[in-house]
Design a protein around this ligand. Structure first.
Ligand SMILES: [Zn+2]
Ligand SMILES: [Zn+2]
Length: 170
């Protein structure tokens, strides 16, 4: 399976390259595409945030899975913010690094932690693209609504999700 990472706006290169390496190992093939501009129509000045669905729909569909990665803060309808969003059984997903950074919470920068969080969120959203829904187990598909929950969940699929995946694809 070929995964493409699509930087949306200027994105931390170290994190992108970490994701490229890890996702390549886990899913077979991964490459970083040329960065694209953040679609201006996604910006909501009242919230000072970007609509994740609007960006998601602008991502290319040429790879098996395209993972958008951005530094800007994302929201979706009815949600104050989202770490990411995906098309269930589709081809595209997006994650934001904004709230995965320690600095967002007034703490000193921690690049290693940021990379692990980004990988978890990337795998989670790719799981949705591959057709997985949220899982209550100790699993990367667990729903996380806060950074504490991101840190608590596992970085890979549980046995039950893996079984579902093997029926669907990879
Ligand atoms: Zn989810
Ligand atoms: Zn699971």
């Amino acid at each position: 399976m070929k995964i493409c990472i699509q930087p949306v706006g200027e994105v931390d290169r170290e994190v992108l390259e970490f994701l490229e390496k890890q996702l390549g190992k886990l899913f077979g093939e991964c490459k970083i595409l040329k960065p694209m501009d953040i679609p201006s129509e996604a910006y909501n000045p009242l919230r000072d945030q970007f609509n994740s669905t609007v960006i998601l729909r602008k991502l290319p569909t040429t790879c098996d899975v395209t993972l958008g990665v951005t530094e800007v803060d994302l929201y979706a309808d009815n949600l104050n913010f989202v770490f990411g969003e995906a098309e269930l059984f589709g081809r595209r997903a997006i994650i934001s690094l904004k709230r995965l950074r320690q600095e967002f919470y007034g703490l000193p920068e921690d690049k290693e932690l940021l990379k692990v969080r980004a990988l978890k969120e990337a795998i989670h959203e790719i799981g949705h693209v591959l057709g997985l829904e949220h899982c209550k187990g100790r699993c990367v598909m667990r729903f996380s609504n806060s950074i504490v929950e991101v840190d608590m969940k596992d970085w890979w699929f549980c046995e039950s999700c893996l079984k579902k995946l093997s029926k669907i694809s990879i």
